[in-house]
Design a protein around this ligand. Structure first.
Ligand SMILES: [Zn+2]
Length: 396
């Protein structure tokens, strides 16, 4: 610890950048969920174990019907080693999907009839994270499917697995009532009957975050995140953490891990700074969230979030955290900066309700004394815990 500077003379406050030390990482283009199919120079493809007509079709930018027509297939059954034609003449491989195509890849005609599928009774929870698969309401093909994107992020209990022609579909229920059926690729299993929280301690490793009065932000973030994780587990939550130790993790790795897990909420933990050496005049606690109003070119709200409750629930989560942080620190002289939208990678790209908390200004001597004090840190941890409980009980 260096000798702290005296408290600076108050001056007009510029709006601080909450994350001046974190340049926005370039967006990784979204890849289709299905693995890429190797291409031979002729455009032919040897069926591999685990392939389905659907997975091959979508990897090559065609529908199952097109793939079947191209190969004169009369059934949906394919076997490993079977050669399939992927080109419609001229030797040109069909352009694979760009990953931005979020329209339904199936038509009603492509859907296998599940009435005669092999049924396996199961009992586990999933969240839907598919973008191109069909969501069908019936076992038969009489009803047109809708896109699974319309149910993106929703939690269901799977009661039956239906297998036909090598493809597996999940029977989705909510409160014991069947909601519909999706291919297995459209869902990810989540812990049953347990609320899940992803805690993201900001920065780490060579990325110190803010660094003022001899303290690195990354270390303050870890103290709060680790203590909060332990308390949440004690209350029965299932907790995922970006890191518990001083390691570097890219922003993309943070969001990708979140999106593979599909927790119920994502909370990134940070401390603030105005960006000048130890002379910050801004103080207080704020919580940041994503909102389409602050979209910038190249950093737009993801299309598959638009029709979901991901954004409104992220705002509700942010308000619950802010309210409880302020309630827990009452009498300490901290400042309530409120909640506001800010275009940040981890709150924009994560596929779940997300909030980024800024627990105090490290470059302000008054705030610094608070956020490095163990008793005050306990108040912050309790505030975050109360905010999470309030969010899940619907009180906030
Ligand atoms: Zn930070």
């Amino acid at each position: 610890m260096v000798t702290p500077d005296p408290e600076p003379t108050p001056e007009p406050e510029p709006t601080p950048d909450p994350e001046p030390e974190t340049p926005e990482e370039p967006e990784t283009p979204e890849e289709p969920e299905t693995p890429e199919v190797p291409e031979t120079p002729t455009g032919d493809y040897a069926v591999q174990r685990g392939d389905t007509l659907y997975s091959i079709a979508i990897s090559n930018g065609m529908t199952v019907a097109q793939l079947k027509a191209l190969n004169n297939l009369t059934s949906d059954i394919i076997v490993p080693g079977q050669q399939l034609v992927l080109t419609s003449g001229g030797g040109n491989v069909v352009t694979p999907p760009t990953g931005n195509e979020e329209e339904n890849a199936y038509t009603g005609d492509d859907l296998p009839d599940l009435t005669n599928a092999e049924v396996t009774a199961v009992n586990y929870d999933v969240k839907l994270n598919g973008k191109v698969e069909p969501f069908r309401s019936t076992l038969g093909t009489e009803a047109s499917p809708i896109s699974v994107v319309d149910h993106f992020g929703e939690r269901f209990t799977v009661t039956n697995e239906l297998t036909i022609g090598g493809e597996t579909f999940l029977e989705l229920t909510q409160n014991g009532i069947v909601s519909g059926y999706v291919p297995v690729s459209a869902a990810v299993e989540v812990p049953q009957g347990v609320k899940t929280v992803y805690l993201d301690a900001g920065h780490g490793g060579s990325e110190t975050g803010a660094y003022h009065f001899g303290t690195a932000e990354k270390d303050l973030n870890t103290v709060i995140s680790n203590r909060l994780a332990d308390l949440l587990r004690g209350q029965g939550y299932h907790v995922y953490e970006t890191r518990r130790t001083d390691v570097e993790v890219s922003l993309t790795d943070r969001s990708q891990a979140t999106n593979e897990i599909m927790p119920d909420i994502f909370i990134s933990i940070h401390h603030n700074a105005m960006g000048y050496p130890n002379t910050g005049t801004a103080r207080g606690i704020e919580v940041l969230y994503h909102d389409p109003r602050i979209d910038e070119p190249g950093y737009e709200t993801l299309e598959h979030h638009e029709s979901t409750d991901i954004i409104p629930e992220g705002i509700r989560l942010s308000q619950a955290l802010q309210d409880e942080l302020i309630a827990a620190t009452v009498g300490t002289g901290t400042v309530n900066r409120g909640i506001r939208p800010q275009n940040l990678h981890v709150t924009r790209v994560t596929d779940v309700p997300a909030a980024l908390v800024e627990l105090g200004f490290q470059d302000n001597w008054t705030d610094y004394q608070l956020i490095t004090n163990t008793n005050y840190q306990t108040k912050l941890v309790n505030g975050l815990l109360n905010g999470i409980n309030a969010f899940f009980t619907g009180i906030k």
